[in-house]
Design a protein around this ligand. Structure first.
Ligand code: IPM
Ligand code: MG
Length: 352
């Protein structure tokens, strides 16, 4: 029987409660699909600062590298707002992505039928099957570029190499080939030199994928098109900062930021799986957080890192089923059962 070693980075705020639910669901899936999982925990973010002084201890990197995959809750909170920039919880998150070489971040924005009315966008604009995959470059660009601070000025730099653009473009083209063969590359090539290099490189890579219909869009236009006509998109590939921003926007089209999963991939099997939302310190410990984004991240892990596509599909189906009647407060609608974080986890297990 296959055994997988998973490192849990529960993090801060609602992180621990949502990861606990995801683990429950993963254990249930293991039982049903005949594999086993062993867990190890490590510190990342604010909890790591409190325990060790730094947001990303070396021990955490070592444990993650020794595992088949990593599940992350969320990091950050007001308690650590006065930390210097390079010692904030967020620096730990960027650091672990860099240390594990997780250059490709997949952020699917999918609408679950029962949740359609939770979207702030009109029904006729979303349609019945909105399904966008944002591919965000995750270890380059302005979040990793040179930065500096003087008395009364500060700067961050956006720099991309051809190799960095090429490898993320290939991930996006490969995904497009498995989907509807449509790829939108998002940049700001009318202003930024780095975007012009991005666009040239994507065009060059596209020669290897003649079946994929490629178009280019400026990021400001893309932000507008996402709410005007989201159905025009299949796969979107973009830089670190643009992907960060556009994926939050796309999550809202799907109803709630509490619903969206993500996968961060290196070239190999090891991946890091996390909800795209933050640590929500205002509701931490109240038991009302929505664990579904983390549970759906586990489904992505089963699909992309652990080669268990049936288990992944089963979790996604279970989530859709549970949503017909049950909602955490963030997606609550009249006539539904209002459930807690823990109850939501239990319901998904039962449906599985
Ligand atoms: C995300 C988050 C992070 C990012 C922050 C917390 C560093 O916004 O995963 O989208 O910008 O990547
Ligand atoms: Mg973000």
């Amino acid at each position: 029987m296959e055994n997988y070693k998973i490192t849990l980075l529960k993090g801060d705020g609602i992180g621990p409660e949502i990861v606990d639910q995801a683990v429950k669901v993963l254990n249930k899936a293991a039982e049903k699909f005949d594999f086993t999982v062993t867990y190890d925990e490590a510190l990342l973010g604010g909890c790591a600062i409190d325990a060790t002084g730094v947001p990303l201890p070396q021990e955490t990197i070592d444990k993650c590298k020794a595992s088949d995959s990593v599940i992350l809750g969320a990091v950050g909170g007001p308690k650590w707002d006065n930390q210097p920039g390079n010692n904030r919880p967020e620096a730990g998150l960027l650091g672990i992505r860099g240390a594990l070489g997780l250059f490709a971040n997949l952020r699917p924005s999918v609408i679950f039928g029962p949740l359609k009315s939770a979207s702030p966008i009109k029904d006729e604009i979303i349609g019945d099957d909105m399904d966008i995959m944002i591919v965000r470059e995750l270890t380059g660009g302005i979040y990793f570029g040179q930065r500096g601070r003087e008395e009364d000025a500060a700067w961050d730099t956006e720099k991309y190499s051809v190799a960095e653009v090429e490898r993320i473009a290939r991930v996006a083209f490969d995904l497009a080939m498995k989907r509807n063969k449509k790829l939108t590359s998002v940049d700001k090539a009318n202003v930024l030199e780095s975007s012009r290099l991005w666009r040239e490189t994507v065009i060059r890579v596209s020669k290897d994928y003649p079946e994929v219909e490629l178009n280019h869009m400026y990021v400001d236009n893309c932000a507008m098109q996402l709410v005007r006509n989201p159905k025009q998109f299949d796969v979107i590939v973009t830089s670190n900062i643009f992907g960060d921003i556009l994926s939050d926007e796309a999550s809202m089209i799907a109803g709630s930021i509490g619903m969206l999963a993500s996968a961060s991939l290196s070239g190999g099997k090891l991946g890091l799986y996390e909800p795209i939302h933050g640590s929500a310190p205002d509701i931490a410990g109240l038991g009302i957080a929505n664990p579904l984004a983390t549970i759906l991240s586990v489904a992505m892990m089963l699909r992309y890192s652990l080669s268990q596509p049936e288990a992944a599909q089963a979790i996604e189906t279970a989530v859709a089923k549970v949503l017909e009647q049950n909602r955490t407060p963030d997606i609550y609608e009249d006539g539904m059962n209002k459930v807690s974080c823990e109850q939501m986890g239990d319901l998904v297990c039962e449906a599985l």
